[in-house]
Design a protein. Structure first.
Length: 425
């Protein structure tokens, strides 16, 4: 239980960081893994004992460079490991709350807009409430936040796995009504766009999300080559298993590329396709962009964090979040996830071969709409979407936000999906 005020020992904060990353079996990331990662990022050896020493009671404060690197590994601000309580205490309470939320089986807490910034006392009280619950949260949540409903609730929420070649896909289904399959971008898992899911469920949708092969809770043979066609086959297997009828399919970034290939390979499974900013070099190939992506691939061979930073930087400044939006942070071992992404998904997108010629034969069977975030029309991915729409002679729709609009602008994205699917809001 978190203290009511003030000072939190360094070792308690370090151990809390380790509790934020768990593998598929519920185990923490190992101190050896962290030591190896810090050795690479700092350019000199950090031993497992160096890290273990920070986790023991009465841990002595090491050099600031080690603490900065440790905080960075866990994607936390440097101030979290400072020796000034006013710099870390609120973050400590928030992190403690999120971990207890996860461990009590409450995958999502939605704070009312007026409660986005809770005071320390409120955070402490909310944490105490969650700690008072049993192993699995079944008590009604207090006013001001809500737990995601379980399998027996009227929203028909459930999760499961579907077998695919070389492994299995983890999926989640929320709500009842018209089927929507969301195919996430980047390293997003089934829970990457929770607020978008909530909005769509409110519009009467039955929303299907999943962890792509090799990410999160989906298992797969890492030695096999991943292609966009294989990802599309995975999505088809999922829809066949859980949808029961054709679905509205919305994909963003790599998810949009997969969605487009899904329409080509399995048009019978797709009622409407919405592709948000698919990165398609075969539609809009630019030498400068290709050189930058080559550089990203080179960086990823030795430092996946540097690679993702450079890749994100290519998209330019992102628009401000939609009021009340709170994008979900990636879960699990981010380094392992990024390593998988750059080894498999990144090259798969660059060699997808998806273009207008491939899509043109299915237009008569599957309504296709390309979308782009209005927060940056100069962005390459935006221009890919607009160019492909022009090549195909289909609609291009601007929606609020940028490349990551499904996470950063969930209300606007949900409105676009519902409108394009012909659903009255």
């Amino acid at each position: 239980m978190s203290p009511r005020s003030g000072v939190v020992p360094l070792e308690e904060r370090v151990n809390l960081l380790f509790a934020t990353i768990i593998d598929n079996n519920g185990g923490e990331v190992s101190t050896l893994t962290v030591a190896q990662a810090l050795s690479k990022s700092m350019g000199h050896q950090v031993t497992e004992e160096d890290i273990e020493a920070l986790r023991r009671p009465g841990a002595q404060r090491p050099g600031e460079s080690l603490l900065r690197a440790l905080a960075g590994y866990f994607d936390m601000p440097e101030s979290f490991l400072s020796d000034e309580p006013e710099q870390y205490y609120s973050t400590f309470l928030q992190l403690n709350l999120l971990i207890i939320q996860r461990d009590k089986g409450i995958p999502f807490i939605a704070l009312r807009p007026s409660s986005d910034h809770l005071g320390d006392n409120a955070l402490h009280d909310l944490t105490q409430y969650l700690e008072s619950l049993g192993e699995q949260a079944s008590t009604p949540a207090p006013f001001g936040f809500q737990a995601r409903q379980g399998e027996d609730d009227v929203t028909d929420s459930h999760s499961g796995t579907v077998p695919v070649p070389g492994g299995s896909l983890y999926y989640e289904v929320r709500g009842t009504g018209w089927n929507v399959l969301l195919i996430q971008g980047g390293i997003g898992d089934a829970n990457a766009t929770e607020q978008l899911v909530e909005q769509l469920v409110g519009d009467g949708a039955r929303v299907i999300t999943y962890d792509r092969r090799g990410l999160g809770r989906s298992t797969v043979d890492d030695t096999a080559t991943t292609t966009i066609g294989l990802h599309a086959a995975d999505a088809a297997a999922l829809l066949t298993a859980v949808a029961g009828e054709p679905a509205v399919v919305m994909g963003a970034s790599i998810g949009a590329v997969i969605a487009l290939q899904l329409a080509v390979d399995h048009p019978e499974l797709v009622s409407t396709l919405i592709a948000h900013e698919p990165p398609l070099a075969d539609v809009l190939r630019e030498p400068d962009r290709e050189r930058e992506l080559d550089h990203v691939a080179e960086l990823a061979r030795t430092d996946v964090r540097a690679a993702i930073r450079h890749m994100v930087g290519l998209a330019g400044a992102q628009p401000e979040l939609e009021p009340g939006a709170a994008p979900t942070r990636p879960r699990g071992d981010i380094n392992a996830t990024l390593t998988r992404f750059f080894a498999h998904d990144f090259p798969a997108v660059r060699t997808s071969g998806v273009d207008a010629d491939r899509l043109r034969p299915v237009i008569a069977q599957v309504p296709i709409t390309l979308t782009g975030g209005t927060g940056g029309s100069e962005r390459w991915e935006y221009r890919c979407a607009r160019t492909l729409a022009g090549d195909l002679g289909v609609e291009f729709v601007g929606i609020d936000g940028g490349h990551e609009a499904p996470a950063t602008h969930p209300r606007s994205t949900a409105a676009a999906i519902s409108n394009l699917a012909g659903v009255r809001r």
